[in-house]
Design a protein around this ligand. Structure first.
Ligand SMILES: [Mg+2]
Length: 233
C-alpha cells in the first residue's frame, strides 16, 4: 500500500548542470530585455527560475512591470535555448541516484515526484539527458506557484489525481540540497532530507534543522530507511 510521497529537488540533488544553465539564462534575458542583469554572479541555489529572473533583472534597475510584461517570452526563450544547447556532457548525475530511484520505483509503498524551482520543460530536459525522467510521473514546478513554499500542496494534489490517495503532511518527504528545500518542507510539516551534494555542506544545512542530513544519496538502504522512518519517533 502507498505510504510515502517522495519529492526530489533537481539541481544539486539529483544532478548538476554545468555553467551552461547560467549562460543560457543570461543569453535569453539579453535577447528579451537587452540586459542579463546580475545573472553572471547571482546565487541561484534553491530558488525558483521565475524568482531568479525577477531578482537578476531587478538588480539591473528594471521595474516589476517591465519584467512581468515580457516574462512569458523570456521563459519561452530560455527553455528553447536550453533545450537546443544543453548536451550530455553538461549534466552530471549525482552518485547513487540511479540506484536509489531504481529501488524507490519498485517499492509499492512509495511514490516518486519532483518538487523543483525549474520550469517544467527545462527541468524535464535536464532529467532526460541522463535518462532519469521516466522515474517521475509528475512534479511541482516553477510554473505551478509563485514561491517554492507554494509547491508542496500542488504536488500532493497532483499525486491525489494520479493515485486517488491524499498524502498527509506526515507522509510527504522532500529531498533537496538547500535551506529553501528544508524551509519548504517545514512550512508544510513534511519531512525534510537535506543532502550535501549541492553548494552547501552538511554543517551549513544542519543550521536550518532538517529532519535528516546526508552527505550524499549513495547509501540506498540508509536513504530508504530514512524516508520510511516516522519523524515523530
Ligand atoms: Mg537544488
Amino acid at each position: 500500500m502507498l505510504k510515502k510521497l517522495v519529492l526530489f529537488d533537481i539541481d544539486g540533488t539529483l544532478l548538476s548542470v554545468s555553467k551552461i544553465n547560467r549562460s543560457v539564462l543570461g543569453d535569453a534575458l539579453k535577447e528579451v530585455y537587452g540586459t542579463e542583469g546580475s545573472t553572471g554572479t547571482h546565487n541561484f541555489a534553491g530558488k525558483m527560475d521565475s524568482v531568479i529572473i525577477h531578482e537578476v533583472l531587478g538588480s539591473a534597475g528594471l521595474s516589476e512591470a517591465d519584467i512581468s510584461g515580457k516574462f512569458e517570452l523570456a521563459k519561452a526563450t530560455y527553455i528553447e535555448m536550453f533545450r537546443v544547447q544543453a548536451k550530455a556532457e553538461d549534466v552530471t548525475l549525482m552518485e547513487g541516484v540511479r540506484e536509489l530511484l531504481d529501488e524507490i520505483s519498485v517499492r509499492s509503498e512509495m511514490m516518486l515526484g519532483l518538487l523543483t524551482g525549474n520550469f517544467e520543460e527545462s527541468g524535464r530536459h535536464k532529467l532526460r539527458i541522463p535518462y532519469i525522467d521516466h522515474y517521475f510521473p509528475f512534479g511541482a514546478f516553477a510554473d505551478d506557484a509563485t514561491s517554492r513554499n507554494g509547491l508542496p500542496p500542488v504536488a500532493v494534489e497532483k499525486a491525489y489525481r494520479m493515485t486517488g490517495r491524499r498524502f498527509s503532511a506526515d507522509d510527504v518527504v522532500i529531498i533537496g540540497d538547500t535551506e529553501h528545500d528544508i524551509a519548504c518542507a517545514k512550512a508544510h510539516k513534511a519531512k525534510s532530507i537535506a543532502v550535501a551534494t549541492g553548494t552547501y555542506s552538511s554543517g551549513e544545512l544542519k543550521k536550518h534543522k532538517p529532519d535528516v542530513v546526508l552527505e550524499n544519496l549513495c547509501q540506498t538502504d540508509l536513504v530508504i530507511s530514512e524516508i520510511l522512518r516516522s519523524t515523530t519517533n
